[in-house]
Write a new protein. Structure first.
Length: 141
C-alpha cells in the first residue's frame, strides 16, 4: 500500500487468527508463483490502514474492522471491495494460470452461492481448522 492510493490489490485478513494467517501465507507462496498479471499485497487488518482502504473504495463503509474480523477482503486500486469467497476468487483470478481458472469458476453465478456457504462455514469454524486456535473464533454478534 502506498500513500495516496493503491498500486496493486490488497488482501486484508485477520492476523490474529492462525488459520487465516496460514491461508494468507499459502496464497503468497503458491498462487503467486504463477502471477501473470501483476502483484497483490496481503495485510492483516490489525496493521492495515482501513480508513485509507475504505477511502479508495469510495468511503462507503465497505472496509471496516468489523467486516475484516468476519471475512477476508480484496480491495482493488479501482475501489472495488470483494469479501469472503469472492475475495478468494479475485485473488485466484489475479494469480493467472490454473489458479485463474479456479477463481473464475468460483465467481460464476451458479457457483457463487455455494462458494459463499462453504466460505461462511469455514469462517465460522476456523478455530477448529488446521492451525486454528481459540483466538481464531469469530466474535459473537
Amino acid at each position: 500500500m502506498t500513500s495516496g492510493g493503491l498500486t496493486d490489490p490488497v488482501l486484508v485478513f485477520d492476523g490474529d487468527c492462525g488459520f487465516c494467517t496460514t491461508c494468507a501465507t499459502w496464497a503468497e507462496r503458491y498462487p503467486r508463483q504463477t502471477l501473470a498479471s501483476g502483484g497483490w499485497e496481503a495485510v492483516p487488518f490489525q496493521f492495515a490502514d482501513l480508513a485509507e482502504l475504505d477511502a479508495v473504495a469510495g468511503g462507503r463503509g465497505e472496509v471496516t474492522r468489523e467486516r475484516a474480523e468476519r471475512e477476508v477482503l480484496w480491495v482493488t486500486p479501482g475501489g472495488r471491495v470483494y469479501g469472503g469467497a469472492q475475495a478468494v476468487a479475485r485473488l485466484l483470478m489475479r494469480s493467472g494460470g490454473a489458479w485463474a481458472y479456479l477463481g473464475g469458476v468460483l465467481a460464476t453465478a451458479p457457483v457463487r452461492p455455494v462458494a459463499a456457504v462453504v466460505y461462511r462455514w469455514v469462517a465460522h469454524n476456523r478455530h477448529r481448522m488446521p492451525g486454528g486456535t481459540p483466538a481464531c473464533a469469530l466474535p459473537r454478534r
